[in-house]
Write a new protein. Structure first.
Length: 471
């Protein structure tokens, strides 16, 4: 796994360059998020009262679907190793006026932060956990001799006076030395991998939560209390025996030892602090809850949701099962197509909390060509690697790439514009037969050129009604 760069090592220009490896175009949006990310580092270098007074400048991305809004936010979070969560604004309007559960976005962010911090702590103790797991595995394969405990106090006082007992005590050091030598030999065999497929029986903790349902999911979330965790901690831990291979037993026992080595209270405290200081919440489809005040019907609900989202973005305290979480310094990135409504249709207070506006441009034919080939995870590379797994060598000719880009661009103009997602649809249709036959016809070479693309899409592109449903 590649090392995540530290944010202080990246200038805004370098952040944009890093985003360019995965996202084509949209220079203005990349510039805005790069500045926002750098401002976080600048703020942490300050001291005194001014530190708490500087709040992140939240961003509103405006642009059609499939142009990279979500991907920019997601890659930004990965770049700075920050907790990230994506929510759909429309989910808060699913059952009439339901804005009350908007706090769930902050709880989800904290859960993401907990997983990140816990994973880092587990990595730190990995070597120690591996040694302890190996010892437990040796105890399963070759237990040390156990000293018998006295059955009552009199046996402890007088049981060792007999000749037989004295003889056994004299032999004890010799037996222990023999066992230790055998354990060392067994340890070497394990290290060399000679026993990986041997079956052993291990006792592990049963991590399934107790089947207790006190409130519905929404009720538990509303109170910020996880009753299953609460009752699970009060009940004794259950054990179960599993028969597994030595390789799997080593993994299970190592994971258990790693869990024991980390301090969950410290993990929770660090995760909450990280969520508060570096967390990023991406609110998609914000335009779907924008509406004029004089409208009736569901738009009343939408405005209500805006007013419920407002305190979260402005800065408030949300109760979670890990403690209170302040949202003052969480970076909120909102996005929407705004092809029906306008940003000015949002309530003024919410507009004021999204001061940075960036407009993302629709993708052109040239953009599609670059998306197919330039990014680190380009579509052409993805499909080439996928089919190579079945022994099929696929080569994309320049004319074939141009034709795929042309088709995607044309269909976007003629039907609904879904941006770069159209490339997935076209690529799947072009490579449908190869993907279907690949397991049965290995060692095959296919060149995707202009003629091949036109042959595979013949009859679909010409029929506008048909392409509306298929492409």
């Amino acid at each position: 796994m590649s090392e995540v760069p530290s944010v202080q090592d990246l200038t805004p220009r370098q952040i944009v360059a890093a985003l360019d490896r995965y996202i084509v175009g949209q220079a203005q949006a990349k510039k805005a998020v790069a500045i926002a990310l750098r401002n976080r580092y600048r703020r942490r270098r300050l001291q005194g009262e001014i530190l708490d007074e500087i709040h992140p400048k939240n961003i509103l991305m405006i642009g059609p679907t499939g142009v990279g809004k979500t991907e920019i936010a997601r890659r930004l979070a990965r770049l700075c190793n920050a907790p990230f969560v994506k929510v759909e604004a429309t989910k808060f309007t699913e059952v009439g006026y339901v804005g009350r559960d908007v706090d769930s976005m902050v709880r989800d962010l904290v859960e993401t932060s907990i997983r990140m911090v816990k994973s880092e702590k587990l990595t730190e103790v990995a070597e120690q956990a591996q040694r302890l797991g190996e010892e437990r595995l040796l105890d399963v394969l070759l237990p040390r001799p156990r000293r018998e405990t006295p059955r009552h106090p009199l046996e402890a006082l007088f049981g060792g006076l007999g000749e037989q007992k004295g003889k056994e005590d004299a032999d004890e050091p010799g037996r222990e030395a023999d066992v230790e030598r055998e354990r060392e030999l067994l340890r070497r065999r394990l290290e060399l991998g000679f026993m990986e497929d041997q079956l052993v029986e291990v006792e592990v903790e049963d991590n399934l939560p107790p089947m207790v349902e006190v409130f519905s999911g929404a009720g538990v979330e509303e109170m910020g209390v996880n009753f299953q965790d609460l009752l699970g901690g009060m009940l004794p831990r259950r054990k179960k025996r599993r028969r597994v291979t030595v390789a799997e037993a080593r993994k299970i026992l190592t994971q258990e030892e790693a869990q024991k080595l980390i301090d969950l209270d410290r993990v929770s405290a660090e995760a909450v602090a990280r969520a508060e200081q570096t967390g990023i919440v991406f609110i998609d489809e914000l335009d779907k809850i924008a509406g004029k005040e004089y409208q009736s019907g569901p738009d009343v609900s939408r405005e209500g949701v805006q007013r419920d989202i407002l305190p979260i973005i402005e800065g408030s305290t949300v109760m979670t099962k890990y403690g209170p979480v302040k949202t003052d310094h969480i970076l909120f990135i909102a996005a929407g197509a705004f092809h029906v409504s306008k940003p000015s249709d949002l309530i003024p207070e919410l507009q004021g909390r999204l001061p940075i506006r960036v407009e993302l441009q629709s993708l052109t034919r040239e953009d599609f060509k670059r998306i197919l080939t330039e990014p680190q995870s380009a579509l052409v590379r993805q499909y080439t690697e996928l089919l190579a797994a079945d022994g099929v060598a696929v080569t994309f000719d320049e004319s074939g790439i141009e034709e795929i880009a042309e088709v995607a661009h044309r269909v976007n103009l003629q039907t609904e514009n879904i941006g770069a997602r159209r490339l997935h649809t076209v690529m799947e249709k072009v490579l449908e037969e190869i993907s279907y036959e690949a397991p049965e016809v290995p060692q095959r070479t296919v060149t995707v050129d202009q003629a091949y693309v036109r042959q595979r899409l013949e009859g679909i592109i010409g029929d506008q009604d048909l392409s509306r449903y298929i492409l």
